[in-house]
Design a protein around this ligand. Structure first.
Ligand code: NAD
Length: 366
């Protein structure tokens, strides 16, 4: 497919190729939609095998950000950037500053952030060249580690799923299996324990699993048996694609509600397999929007406040509940209902004829 067709086919507004050979920069910035607000999305650094792979990835990821922000009710559009290179050996201050100048050219239509292969210090270099960056260090007004907010938001979505199944959101006496006790899983386990849930958990990293056991009373189970634990909710918080042909038949839970990205190896087929087994699925990008909500708060006129970010993440309960309602109303799987939630909001804003972005971001452009 020709590049223009690929951009049009995926509904993108624009694609910017950033080339600065003097510092080894090859990057692509994709802007999928700016209907609801500036396109915010992380900057991924990855040694792509080919330019085609990089283009396909950036287009897929930026479209995903449009849906994530729209479903979360934020005044943000969707975009993403990829830097073609090995984050282990090809990072430099000059490279990120050059990338920052390309971001700056877009005048705020695209706002960058951390992603796979980039880190807070990299965002700090970008910030030297542009103000259109989030996820900068806390001591310069940034939002710091997003995982406590992601975990808190995940807890809200998990409670919405429990409410849908049992008619009460209380976690007292419920049981949850957390796969992956890293940044998000560790905090989620803590929140769950505080709410009176019995928490099972596993991690391939011995120190991380022991910390969760010692500090949050998590009952550790072997990594390979996490799918077989009888529980109310299975919470994937490790890597993507953990739900697939092999693992779904083993689940002994009533709901899947966790923070990992791309939990279903194949969205349609695995979504159907879960539904066929009577397991309620809370779509990943709706339930894990706390990280995005966290950086969004950096854009506030009043600066970043952790308490405000946590308060906003409470809305994930209502968003996940709304997804379940739409699924029932329209006879859809939850993942398709989440897409509809996002598309309906974008269509409503488009139909309103407004030529302004919401108040939470409009001050940035005064
Ligand atoms: P992390 O790397 O800190 O934690 C992941 C943990 O999973 C690690 O401790 C790792 O050892 C463990 N793990 C890997 N494979 C495993 C396996 N097969 N079985 C058990 N444990 C395994 O990452 P994180 O920041 O906690 O993110 C977790 C997931 O949530 C990721 O999919 C991430 O994309 C997603 N997410 C994170 C955020 C955030 O704010 N950090 C926001 C949105 C989505």
């Amino acid at each position: 497919m020709d590049l223009f067709e690929q951009v049009a086919d995926t509904g993108h507004e624009s694609l910017l190729f950033c080339n600065k050979p003097e510092v080894g920069l090859k990057a692509i910035i994709a802007i999928h939609s700016t209907t609801l607000g500036p396109a915010l999305g992380g900057c991924r650094m990855w040694p792509y095998a080919s330019l085609d792979d990089a283009v396909t990835d950036v287009l897929r990821l930026s479209r995903g950000m449009t849906y994530k922000a729209a479903a979360a009710g934020l005044d943000l559009g969707g975009g993403k950037a990829v830097i073609l290179g090995d984050p282990k050996s090809e990072k430099s201050e000059e490279l990120f500053r050059a990338f920052g100048r390309f971001v700056d050219l877009l005048g705020g239509r695209y706002i960058t952030a951390e992603d796979v292969g980039t880190s807070v210090p990299d965002m700090h270099h970008i910030q030297a060249e542009t103000r259109w960056v989030t996820g900068v260090p806390e001591d310069v007004g940034g939002s710091g580690d997003p995982s406590p907010v992601t975990a808190f938001g995940t807890l809200q979505g998990l409670k919405a799923a429990v409410h849908k199944i049992y008619g009460s959101a209380s976690l007292k006496g419920r049981s949850v299996s957390v796969q992956g006790l890293g940044n998000v899983g560790y905090h989620l386990a803590g929140y769950l324990a505080k709410e009176g849930a019995k928490v099972f958990g596993c991690d391939i990293d011995a120190d991380r699993r022991q910390r969760a056991a010692d500090e949050h009373g998590v009952e550790l189970v072997p990594v390979e048996s996490i799918f077989d634990i009888s529980c109310d909710v299975f919470a994937p918080c490790a890597l993507g694609a953990s739900l697939n042909d092999e693992t779904i038949p083993r689940l002994r839970c009533r709901a899947v509600a966790g923070a990992a990205n791309n939990q279903l190896a194949e969205e349609e087929r695995d979504g159907q397999a879960l539904a066929a087994r009577g397991i309620l699925y809370a779509p990943d990008y709706v339930i894990n929007a706390g990280g995005l909500i966290n950086v969004y708060n950096e854009l506030s006129e009043h600066g970043y406040h952790r308490q405000r970010a946590l308060r906003m993440a409470e809305a994930i309960y209502a968003n996940v509940s709304r997804v379940f309602q739409i699924a029932e109303r329209d006879g859809l799987l939850p993942a398709a209902a989440a897409a509809r939630l996002a598309e309906e909001r974008i269509a409503r804003v488009q139909a309103s004829g407004s030529r302004h972005w919401g108040r939470s971001v409009s001050h940035l452009f005064r």
